[in-house]
Design a binder for this molecule. Structure first.
Ligand code: TXA
Ligand code: MG
Length: 385
């Protein structure tokens, strides 16, 4: 199949003439990849089981993994769901359109082919102008998983989509790089206390503020106990896998305590950083130590002939002396880290590295989603130093 690529000239103001063909393809059961504010989506008519089948085939994804139905406005929600629980209304009011997906009891209109056999349906209303207008023009809800080959990092540019899906779908709508860079937050509002099934840019703290009570699916914070299955089937263990074996590096509390102690082997550095870095001195020491340990491990690996990648940040880049280093963003801007995360993983895939060491981040706010994706990419492999 020849895949057509349409480049949107002004993504803040897409013209209907630029999107009309894509909308028609969707309406007629074909597949179109398009930008959203989170990641690129691979769209098909959510009410057409055949379209869902095509999506699974193009991605190489198991068909028991349900798809998110994308809508453009509130009126489009009602036909898809049996009821809208109170929490769903509150969250829709506050965060739609936006990077939030909600799970509702599904209506009979939504085929099981879209929901992977479940009686619930995931719905999201994207804010991205191109996505929102495309869905409106299509006139049908648009089922869209991330537009990557199953198991590869989610695409944050049209080039990423092209690498994975060229020749397999009818069209790619190129709206430039996405804004956020991580998939939407998923909240199940069909249970009495809403549950976060996947962390994203609408953070637990933000949800707690409007809902009061919110819980976190225990299966998403780690591999956990045997048999603990995530309630979002797609959140299964090790999902966003880079080709290399990836390890997250974390500094132990007790290491930090030792480092502060007068006379410790890094004490000279510690005193220097305390004077140079003011309020941030603790963070500086932690990073310095982390880099030092990664240098050791990477140099060791390189001696055996392996190619080693290091995921670092603007602030720490200069501390690394071994491995191929790539900055994932600035430590003082979680937004920048989220934005670059998948792009960096893809770059290391392209470079053909065998091992990746990645710095870790705090797990609050957006850091929660960042660490969730990094942990999954690493298959929860952590080097404690
Ligand atoms: O940001 C996003 O959500 C992107 C863009 C394109 O909108 N889409 C996306 O879709 O990330 P996908 O298919 O890659 O991830 C959807 C996740 C999967 O983990 C899936 O298992 C879960 O949502 N999911 C979908 N329907 C569900 C349901 N009824 N119950 C529980 N989990 C569901
Ligand atoms: Mg995905």
């Amino acid at each position: 199949m020849d895949t057509e690529r349409i480049v949107i000239k002004d993504v803040q103001n897409p013209k209907d003439s630029e999107l009309i063909k894509a909308a028609q393809i969707l309406r007629e059961g074909g597949l179109v990849a398009f930008p959203t504010e989170t990641v690129y989506g691979l769209g098909g008519n959510a009410l057409d089981e055949q379209a869902a089948k095509k999506i699974y085939r193009a991605k190489g994804r198991p068909s028991d993994n349900p798809l998110i139905a994308h809508i453009s406005c509130m009126e489009e929600l009602e036909p898809l769901v049996r009821e809208i629980p109170k929490a769903g209304r509150i969250l829709a009011e506050r965060y739609w359109p936006g990077p939030l997906t909600m799970i509702f009891p599904k209506s009979s209109l939504v085929p099981y082919g879209t929901t992977g056999g479940l009686d619930t349906v995931a719905v999201r209303m994207p804010k991205d102008r191109v996505a929102n207008r495309l869905i409106r023009l299509a006139g049908v809800p648009v089922a869209a998983p991330s537009a990557n080959t199953s198991g590869r990092p989610s695409p944050t540019t049209a080039d990423h989509v092209w690498q994975d899906l060229e020749g397999k779908i009818e069209m790619v709508v190129d709206g430039g790089p996405v804004g956020i860079g991580l998939e939407s937050t998923i909240v199940d509002v069909s249970s009495p206390v809403p549950v976060i099934l996947r962390p994203g840019a609408i953070t637990q703290e933000m949800l707690g503020q409007v809902l009061g009570q919110i819980s976190l699916d225990p299966a998403i914070s780690g591999p956990g106990q045997e048999g603990l299955r995530p309630r979002a089937p797609g959140m299964k263990y090790k999902h966003y896998a880079p080709r290399a074996e990836m390890t997250l590096v974390e500094v132990k509390e007790e290491t930090m305590e030792q480092l502060y102690r007068p006379g410790s082997f890094l004490h000279g550095q510690v005193s220097r950083m305390m004077t140079e870095s003011g309020r941030n001195w603790k963070m500086k020491i932690e990073i310095f130590y982390m880099a030092w340990k990664v240098n050791e491990a990477a140099a060791q690996m390189e001696k055996t002939g392996a190619r080693v990648g290091v995921i670092c940040t603007e602030e720490t880049m200069d501390e690394y002396t071994a491995g191929i280093k790539r900055s994932i963003g600035r430590r003082d801007s979680e937004v920048s880290v989220a934005h670059n995360l998948y792009g960096v993983l893809r770059e290391f895939d392209d470079l053909g590295v065998d091992f990746i060491y990645a710095e870790s981040f705090s797990e609050t706010h957006l850091g929660n989603a960042i660490m969730n994706r990094l942990n999954k990419a690493a298959g929860y492999r952590i080097l404690w130093v």
